[in-house]
Design a binder for this molecule. Structure first.
Ligand code: ADP
Ligand code: MG
Length: 260
């Protein structure tokens, strides 16, 4: 059964999509079958893995609304082992449309149940909001991975995110775990980065991944070529860091004995 990881932080620009794409590719490069689900109406994850948004292409919106099965929305990417459920701007209506639906918080989980067995990992790229799309993602997930940018207001809003996870644990998804907090856009040359990283490690303790993601132009360039960093520049520090993160996550499974 595939393990489902939601990549969430209601702040925009913290590295959610970059992490979703590159962690997915790094896991796939371990000979694993990976599904990436784009839950953000901006669809950056979709273009970032080289999938063009064609009119009429079934997307996650159609799967949430029940117009298509989730299986019908899956497309293959050029990266071996990596498949995608795309999103486009139709998903903007998703939040409103979901409000009146049956099992509105469970739409993604119910859809995922039908295909979970076909993948080792399923990564969900959440939108920058604690909305019904993010709630659907967390309810469908086994764990939440929280990217945090090493900058001055890093911790701002994090308590709301943690509250949301805790509320879901008490209600809709009692088994929801924290996969870890990931420090992104890390620049070890600046005092600010080092200070913020220290504060985050003091606050989250061992929940912070050992691996940090450096600030890297190559990571920022790769999506405009529709490629994960492993295809764009495999020897870059950015690629190295996501390969290391994938190892750390695979290590979590060995430690808990729950093979993916
Ligand atoms: P989010 O999905 O949280 O909004 P993104 O992954 O889209 O964040 O990242 C926001 C911007 O920062 C994008 O332009 C992206 O290319 C860039 N970026 C993300 N991670 C890095 C990094 N490690 N180094 C440099 N630029 C990065
Ligand atoms: Mg994003």
């Amino acid at each position: 059964m595939g393990k489902v990881i939601a990549i969430a932080n209601q702040k925009g620009g913290v590295g959610k999509t970059t992490t979703a794409i590159n962690l997915a590719a790094s896991l796939a490069s371990n000979d694993l079958k990976i599904l990436l689900i784009d839950m953000d109406p901006q669809g950056n994850c979709t273009t970032g893995v080289g999938i063009a948004k064609e009119p009429g292409m079934p997307t996650i919106y159609d799967a949430l609304m029940g117009a298509h099965s989730l299986a019908e929305t899956i497309v293959s990417t050029e990266f071996d082992g990596l498949q995608l459920v795309p999103a486009d701007k139709n998903l903007v209506a998703g939040n409103l449309d979901l409000v009146d639906m049956d099992r509105r918080e469970f739409r993604l989980r119910d859809a995922l149940d039908t295909i979970k067995a076909d993948f080792h990992y399923i990564l969900i790229d959440c939108p920058p909001a604690l909305d019904l799309l993010t709630v659907n993602s967390m309810v469908a997930a086994d764990s939440v991975l929280v990217p945090i940018q090493c900058e001055f207001f890093a911790l701002e809003g994090i308590s709301q995110l943690i509250d949301t996870v805790e509320r879901l644990r008490e209600s809709l998804q009692p088994n929801l775990k924290l996969e870890g907090v990931l420090l992104t856009m890390y620049d070890e040359r600046t005092n600010l980065t080092r200070q913020v990283a220290k504060d985050l490690r003091d606050f989250f303790k061992e929940e912070v991944f050992q691996t940090v993601i450096p600030r890297s132009i190559r990571l920022a360039e790769a999506p405009s070529f529709g490629k994960p960093i492993l295809s764009y520049d495999v020897s870059s520090r950015g690629a190295e860091s996501y390969i290391k993160l994938a190892k750390e996550i695979l290590g979590h499974e060995q430690r808990t004995g729950s093979a993916a």
